[in-house]
Design a protein around this ligand. Sequence first.
Ligand SMILES: Cc1cc2nc3c(=O)[nH]c(=O)nc-3n(C[C@H](O)[C@H](O)[C@H](O)COP(=O)(O)O)c2cc1C
Length: 234
Amino acid sequence: MQDILKIMQERRSVRMPFDPDRPIAEQDLRQILEAGRWAPTAHNMQNFEIIVVDDRKILEDIGNIKSTISDTFIQENYQQLSFTEEELLHKKVGLLGTMFPPSWRTPGVKPVVEEGRSRPFPVCPTLLIVLYDPGKRAPASEGDFLGIISLGCMMENLWLMANSLGINFQIISALASGSVEKEVKRILTVPEHLKIAFTVRLGYSAVAPPSYLRVRRDIEDFSHHNHFGNRGFE
Ligand SMILES: Cc1cc2nc3c(=O)[nH]c(=O)nc-3n(C[C@H](O)[C@H](O)[C@H](O)COP(=O)(O)O)c2cc1C
């Protein structure tokens, strides 16, 4: 029991560049996909396809797509930010503002995509592009809510397996919408009817990833006993 909790607690996002010359071994990649394979999905629909991208030229082409940043992202990003570690420790949710360039964390300021930051993700030897069909849905599931939860289950399985193999992992949401998604789909010849759900960046960082403050609410903050509002289980 402790082992699985430890793997879950140690799973983390690594946002630094990964060594492009250190590929993921095929057997490790297969283990990661095997973990995804056994994810629970609504009605066992297994509503995903995964493109493994490790061709340098294709990675380069995807990496060269100009990323854009929407006003909606800036506004909603701001709401999740803390500006000191103390504030984040107190709030227990969200992210440290220093993870983002100054203009991305200041409401009212036009976001600037600085040179060198215009790539949609830092370099890596492998990307997993996870696709689904938004034209299908889990039975009677409005907005395919259950299908989308299923994709999240699959994401977590991939992530836990990668981390337990010592492989760094980052989710990249920026490839899943707008003109960037269109361009990625063109490069990878993805059929029109499929949508990118999320992208995974896999690899090994050349130096140990820096530790950063990771916060979570306490159990008492989100659990309710028998009636909503009866906090905790005491
Ligand atoms: C659906 C989803 C989308 C995410 N998108 C991104 C992303 O685009 N870029 C990124 O760096 N992290 C992304 N993350 C990672 C979260 O920011 C991260 O899991 C959270 O801050 C907790 O940090 P931890 O993973 O280190 O525990 C995403 C996570 C999920 C579940």
